[in-house]
Ligand binder design. Sequence first.
Ligand code: LRH
Ligand code: MN
Ligand code: MN
Length: 388
Amino acid sequence: MTDHAAVIAAVAAMRIETPSWAYGNSGTRFKVFAQSGVPRDAYEKVADAAMVHRLTGAAPSVALHIPWDAVDDYADLARFAAAEGIAIGAINPNVFQDNDYKLGSVCHPDAGVRRKAIDHLLECVDIMDATGSTILSVWLADGTNYAGQDSIAARQDRLADALSEVYDRLGDGQRMLVEYKLFEPHFYSMDLPDWGTSYAHCVALGDKAQVLVDTGHHAPGTNIEFLVSVLLRFGKLGGFHFNSRNYADDDLMVGAADPFQLFRIAHELVRADAIRPEAEVAFMLDQCHNLEAKVPALIRSVLNVQEAVAKALLVDADALAAAQRSGDVLGAHAVLMDAFAGDVRPLLAQMRVEQGLDPDPVAAYHRSGYQQKIESDRVGGQQAGWGA
Ligand code: LRH
Ligand code: MN
Ligand code: MN
């Protein structure tokens, strides 16, 4: 696409969801460096997410993690979000922070623990009903640490049974995204370690189940754009958790560690016409801001995604197809690299002006006085994942 107006229209239509937990304090097992002004409850996280949306015009929903974001009245939280100009996005159940889950949740050898975990997943569908959320985003910490610890096959059976019970509870317009992760917290086997396992469960479940790709959850060297392309082909790419990794599940800002990888993923998405909201690929961030201020980091992350997508939209598709057809290896590669090398920031600044936004949302944030306000208003901010 070389028509700049069309590129602007396509980027402007894209939605990028931010995660409530990215607004809370986070760190590593060594230290959590608390910041001033971080939210004390789910309402304040929603308020911060709304600020990101006001400045970027691109982040109209916020994902919740239950029970990190537990409130008495979820419909009230959704009304608050709407008044702030955003919606409640994906509901993320948490079946990993309870002593009962030492040996797993829905794959646990004990039926009582499995029941407790499934009930929590079902409760999260109730929360979807109350908030208007359309996505149940399932990530399970289930796995084993030692060969022989439990039966891999029996755990797959338990997993399939649990997912199917929850799937059956989904209403019209609701879907389940099944996230996978290579390792951690378990180090011998994870019950959903890779996209193939997620994909197989989703196919068995039906149309409302799709795979969620967290960019930080793969073995080093995995060609993520390849699996994105394959999942798109089968209509099974439900969404992303974007972030950056250098080593493992680092959860750094998307586009920071490897902007070229993000561009290559964006290229596959553009090729499949999957950027449009109607394509129903949920673009979400899953990040933790351990050192940097959270709200401007999330703004920056949204801009990073927009830049990668704008570059992908600017790939000369006709020239690329011609080079590919004629077997022009270097020529085809050059078409992609030309688009990646371009500076799309002026174009995106123009887009924001056309949207009535400040062309530089990070600078606008620093001028807004919001950071000073939350630092003086909020004392004793909440940790992203409690003791995580
Ligand atoms: C697991 C994960 C998953 C969780 C989130 C906090 O590593 O990516 O999406 O819900 O982190
Ligand atoms: Mn994730
Ligand atoms: Mn993760």
